[in-house]
Every structure is written in structure tokens, then in C-alpha cells.
Design a protein around this ligand. Structure first.
Ligand code: HEC
Ligand code: HEC
Ligand code: HEC
Length: 401
């Protein structure tokens, strides 16, 4: 019996030690680091602010945008991994109390580059990306945009709850996640005349495609562009309908039959060569010019091919005869952002004058907001399908189901 008793005592001891560690970590919070702000300048031109808006639209809007307030007033991040805690993207508007109104440009640059909160010195959860190698001119453009008088950042007093990292996240904060050092030398954008270097900069350092287009085992927060299998895809994610989506293989083995124009349509418009929707959470890279897409293409073609076939999860289909409108809604992929029940589409009757206006919106959401992340179906949907779809949206709004 002796050995059993010892074993029990040992287990109890380990349990108590773990409990104490959990309490201590919780009290400690995320690790803190020194903040040494560096002087930081913006050009202050309208072109710089416009470029900053284009970057913000792709890099920040996804998390920090409040759809009802139509600005960067913050949001709860429902799709962040729950084991990291309760995650909220803060208010980035110019409100003095609840937003970034009192932040200096060096503070914004410090936050974006290092991941260390400039006010508290704490490491933020890496759900908030870091851009340690982004060129100074691009960081400046984002900072200048956040300080501008654009409607997206007009002061809105919204107190977003603070992110509460879980015990597990705090433990990772101490053991695994490193803050990035603030660069000591100036970082210039590679010249666009060198497409491969420029494409590499866009893919690795700005848009960080590898954070999603990784393998299931890779840690999304410590992606190494030099590791084997880079951009080979496979990682499972979920769309808004809760259905599985797998990040695609972007190496030459994955995009085998693609052309540079196919890539442009997928990145900017959100559709594949076969006409199907590239589903959420793949962002629409609005504002990417032809030269930039060509550079991304040039770089992707140079990657070592990874022969990994990535699942394209089957989609739920509703028989056309059973319910023509729902059939179109599901077939086009609307649930990937609006869910099967279209819970956020119930106000169409208030927001649009008539059926024609709803139909026009689905064909081109950019009419209402040029930065809309909703793809424009244009003539990818027939008039007949569109009227069935509009009837379905009306029914959703009317029955509330
Ligand atoms: C994937 C979601 C996500 C994206 C994309 C994202 N953020 Fe964040 N951001 C967060 C989260 C979550 C926090 C809170 C982190 C914490 O407190 O640990 C945060 C915190 C911040 C903060 C600190 C604000 C404060 O009041 O504490 C700033 C500034 C910020 N983000 C700016 C940006 C900018 C600028 C971009 C785009 C260039 C961006 N974020 C993109 C999720 C995101
Ligand atoms: C937030 C995560 C995320 C980011 C960031 C991201 N992607 Fe994606 N991407 C996805 C997912 C998920 C899919 C699969 C969508 C589907 O199956 O419908 C995808 C699909 C694609 C496709 C379609 C490929 C195919 O075979 O169908 C291309 C091309 C693509 N991404 C390129 C890129 C490039 C280039 C970047 C960076 C500039 C990028 N993605 C950034 C998540 C992301
Ligand atoms: C990639 C994500 C995405 C997909 C896919 C998508 N939407 Fe949207 N949709 C949005 C977003 C985001 C908005 C909020 C308005 C905006 O940002 O322009 C929106 C707004 C709408 C609105 C306006 C709602 C209102 O009350 O103002 C309608 C109607 C709509 N979507 C219908 C559809 C239909 C129908 C489909 C499928 C054909 C679809 N959406 C596919 C993201 C998406």
C-alpha cells in the first residue's frame, strides 16, 4: 500500500503547485517589458493618409471595425481561440477617453512593431498581429490615418471591455511569445522594380499570409518564412456559419493552374477561377494594385512547392425545388459571413427602399461603401437567382428566423 500512498501524495502536491502557479500567473498578468519610444515622423500628405486607409482596411478592419457605428470603435472577437481568454479588439477612434485620441505617433508605432502595449508595458495577446519588419513609410501611413479626420476614426465614445488573457495565454506569454525588438535602423520598402523582393515583403511582412496559410500543427503566432512547408496551407478554420474552412496551399503545387489574373480576382474580388467564393476568413485585399498583385505572384511562384492537398470542405446545400431563395443563398456562399440564419440581415427592410435596391447592393456593395468587405457578385448571379435571393432576405427579415 505504501507506494500508492506516496503516489497520491505526489499527485496532490503537483495539483496544489499547479493551482498556486495558476493563481500567481493570473495575478501577474502578461509579462511586462520596458517601453523606449523612438521619434517617429509622418509625411502628413493626403496620399499617405489614403495609403494608410487602404492598409487599415485590410489589416485592421477585420477585427477593430464596429459595423453598426461604421467606424473602428472596437469589437468582441468571437472567432479568437477561446483557450486564450476573452479577447476584445479595442476602440481605435480618436476619442480621448476610450480610443486612441491621446496616443502619440511613437506609441502607435511601438504597439504595431513590438506587440508591447506602450502605456502598460504588458505584452498584448498575439491575436493582435505585430509588424516588426513593415517599412517605416507603411507604419507611418497607418499611424497618420488613425490620427486623421476620416469618418472611420471620428471620435466615438465606446468602452470596449479589456482583453482578459486566460491562464494558458499568460503561461504562453511567459514561456513562448516573445515581443519583437523595435528596429534600430530605418526600414525601406523594397523597390517595386524587384518584384520578387517586393512580393516577399507584401506576403511575409505586411499582409502576413502565412499566419493563416499554414499547416494545422504550426503555431499561428510564430510563423517562420524559412521553415519547410511555408504557405503550404491546411490549417482548419471556421467561417461565420461555423463550417470548417481550410487555408489553401499557395505554393506552386497548390496554385498549379492559376494565372496572375486568377490571383488578382481571388485577392481583390474574392472569387476563384471556377467562380466560387473564397470564403471567410480570407480577407479581401481591396486596394492592391496590379503591380502589387504581380509582385505577390512572382514571389509565390518562387516558393518551394509543398505537395499537400488541402480539403475544400463540402458546403451545405438546400434543394432548389425545396426553397429556391435559400438554395441561392447557400450556393453563393452568403452563410460564410452571415451564417445560415442570416442573423445580421434582419434590417434589410429598414436599410433599403425596395427590392431593386437590395439586388443592386448584392451586385455591388461597393456602391454604399467602397471598402465593403462583402464581395460584389455583379453578373456572377442571374436576375432570376437574384430575385429569389431577395425574396429569401425579405423572408428572413419578416419572420425573424
Ligand atoms: C486579428 C484581430 C486583430 C487585427 C487584425 C488587428 N488587431 Fe489591434 N488588437 C487586437 C486585439 C485582440 C487587441 C487587444 C490585445 C490585448 O490587449 O492583449 C488589439 C489592440 C490594439 C491596440 C491597443 C489599443 C489599446 O487601447 O489598448 C492598437 C493601437 C491596435 N490594436 C491597432 C491595430 C492596428 C492599427 C491594426 C492594423 C494595422 C490592428 N490593430 C489589427 C486585435 C486585432
Ligand atoms: C485571416 C486568414 C487569411 C489570411 C491573412 C490570408 N488568407 Fe488566403 N485564404 C484563407 C482561407 C481560410 C482560405 C480558404 C477559403 C475557402 O476554402 O473558401 C484562403 C484562400 C486563399 C486563396 C484561394 C486558393 C484556392 O486554392 O482556392 C488564395 C489565392 C489566397 N487565399 C491567397 C492569400 C494571399 C496571397 C494572402 C496574403 C496576401 C492571404 N491569402 C491571406 C485565409 C487567409
Ligand atoms: C466576405 C463576407 C461576406 C459575404 C460572403 C457576404 N456578405 Fe453580405 N455583408 C458583409 C458585410 C461585412 C456587410 C456589412 C456592410 C458592409 O460592410 O458593406 C454585409 C451586408 C450585407 C447586406 C446589407 C445589410 C443591411 O441591413 O445593411 C446584405 C443585404 C447582404 N450583406 C447580403 C448578402 C448576400 C445575399 C450574400 C451572398 C450572395 C452576402 N451578403 C455575402 C459581408 C459578406
Amino acid at each position: 500500500m505504501r507506494p500508492l500512498r506516496w503516489l497520491l501524495m505526489l499527485l496532490l502536491g503537483v495539483g496544489v503547485a499547479l493551482a498556486i502557479a495558476a493563481v500567481v500567473l493570473r495575478l501577474l498578468g502578461m509579462p511586462s517589458y520596458e517601453v523606449a519610444l523612438r521619434p517617429f515622423e509622418v509625411a502628413g500628405t493626403p496620399e499617405e493618409r489614403a495609403h494608410g486607409k487602404a492598409l487599415t482596411a485590410v489589416l485592421c478592419r477585420r477585427c477593430h471595425f464596429d459595423r453598426d457605428l461604421r467606424g473602428l470603435a472596437g469589437a468582441a472577437l468571437e472567432d479568437a481561440p477561446p483557450r486564450l481568454g476573452r479577447i476584445f479588439a479595442p476602440n481605435l477612434t480618436r476619442d480621448l477617453e476610450t480610443g486612441l485620441g491621446s496616443w502619440s505617433l511613437p506609441e502607435v508605432a511601438w504597439m504595431l512593431r513590438t506587440g508591447i502595449h506602450p502605456r502598460s508595458g504588458e505584452l498584448t495577446v498575439p491575436v493582435m498581429p505585430r509588424w516588426p519588419r513593415m517599412a517605416d513609410a507603411d507604419v507611418a501611413a497607418i499611424a497618420a490615418f488613425l490620427a486623421s479626420d476620416d469618418p472611420w476614426v471620428a471620435p466615438r465614445e465606446v468602452r470596449v471591455p479589456r482583453t482578459e488573457p486566460s491562464f494558458y495565454a499568460t503561461w504562453l506569454g511567459f514561456s513562448r511569445w516573445e515581443p519583437h525588438p523595435y528596429p534600430t535602423a530605418a526600414i525601406a520598402r523594397p523597390p517595386i522594380s524587384d518584384p520578387i523582393a517586393y512580393g516577399q515583403y507584401l506576403v511575409d511582412d505586411v499582409y502576413q499570409c502565412g499566419g493563416c496559410h499554414r499547416d494545422a500543427q504550426d503555431d499561428p503566432f510564430t510563423i517562420d518564412p524559412k521553415a519547410p512547408g511555408y504557405l503550404g496551407g491546411g490549417a482548419p478554420m471556421r467561417d461565420a456559419a461555423g463550417e470548417g474552412v481550410h487555408a489553401a496551399n499557395l505554393t506552386p503545387a497548390g496554385l498549379r493552374d492559376w494565372t496572375v489574373d486568377d490571383l488578382r480576382v481571388a485577392l481583390v474580388d474574392g472569387f476563384r477561377p471556377d467562380g466560387s467564393l473564397v470564403r471567410w476568413p480570407m480577407p479581401r485585399h481591396l486596394g492592391l494594385g496590379t503591380a502589387e498583385v504581380e509582385a505577390i505572384w512572382a514571389y509565390l511562384r518562387e516558393l518551394p512547392p509543398v505537395s499537400r492537398s488541402v480539403l475544400r470542405a463540402p458546403r451545405r446545400v438546400v434543394g432548389e425545388r425545396m426553397d429556391a431563395g435559400r438554395h441561392v443563398y447557400e450556393r453563393l456562399g452568403c452563410p460564410s459571413c452571415h451564417g445560415h440564419d442570416g442573423a445580421d440581415l434582419r434590417a434589410v427592410a429598414e436599410h433599403f427602399d425596395d427590392d431593386a435596391a437590395i439586388a443592386a447592393f448584392v451586385r455591388n456593395p461597393g456602391q454604399r461603401d467602397p471598402w465593403s468587405t462583402m464581395p460584389a457578385w455583379r453578373d456572377r448571379v442571374s436576375d432570376e437567382e437574384l430575385s429569389a435571393l431577395v425574396a429569401h432576405l425579405r423572408a428572413l427579415a419578416a419572420t425573424g428566423s
